[in-house]
Design a protein around this ligand. Sequence first.
Ligand SMILES: Cc1ncc(COP(=O)(O)O)c(C=O)c1O
Length: 360
Amino acid sequence: MTRVYNFSPGPAALPEAVLRQAADEMLDWHGSGMSVMEMSHRGPEFMGIHAEAEDLLRELMAIPSNYKVLFMQGGAIGENAIVPMNLIGRTGRADFVHTGEWSRRTIAEAAKYGRAQVAASAEAGGFRSVPPRDTWQLDAGAAYVHICSNETIGGVQYHWLPDTGDVPLVADMSSDILSRPLDVSRFGLIYGGAQKNVGPSGVTLVIVREDLLGHALPITPAAFDYTLQAENDSMYNTPPTYAIYIVGLVLKHLKAQGGLAAMEEHNRAKARLLYDFLDGSRYFRNEVAPADRSLMNVPFHLRDSARDAEFLAGAKARGLVQLKGHRLVGGMRASIYNAMSLEGVQALVAYLQDFERAHA
Ligand SMILES: Cc1ncc(COP(=O)(O)O)c(C=O)c1O
């Protein structure tokens, strides 16, 4: 068996140790005689798996006790509707910082449920940076301020936490949750699909401050009502049990590796290697403002885009896969989440060097 270096933006690479453990436990989880997939979500085995996953997330992220952790479904695009349905009702309007495609979609969806106000936008600069905080036009009466902490497509990431005063800060962290330590107490709500840094697709993490519950619009479907889900330990409806089990294994693995501080160091080392190469290259380039470059998703272009297909084929031949950039940005994108090894990025840089030597 050969495992490739998988640079997919998501669903993305998972730690091999986790996949092996899941394979070992596939037919008989801990002597239960059942696969986790076959367990009742209300049985003692799965209740234990679920509780352990939540406890590990709380421990790793140091989530304060006045926050609820929910395992939801519908992904981050689902949350683009679920968040406003639950939160915007307090005042009827919310502020958004527009940093790229994922924030654009968040804004468009929220506008169905209330007034979606753009407090700042990076559009004029082609979405290559985060608008500085002193340019944001915030409304003190907004129900929340929404940011996307890491624009997966554009490769733009916040490296600072905005102060939004008494207005709760809400973040789509789909592509950088658990990649570095975070002060959760600075947020009203954090959400993210699991399929980049945390596990398989199918489960969405929601971390919500308790005082924000209780304002759902009357049209909110019961399964998407945070208060109902919080009251029912995320089991108002059947949760995505197998995905939650894998999330638990990933979290255990993360803890064993030293937790989020160790992850940040690992992620910085990988990103530095790649950006340093790109900055020194005459053939490849990354166009994001250096201070706002993502440690998770590194888009880059070849000087000669006619060679894109050749580049991808050569990469595949070396076991470097899923490097094609998003169609909105073109070029290439290397997604280097927690599970990507330093060796993987070294192999990518070695290939980039060889390709440049051959074609520059
Ligand atoms: C930052 C961000 N937000 C939202 C989404 C959409 O997530 P999903 O497809 O899980 O709904 C993605 C997926 O790539 C993402 O990267």
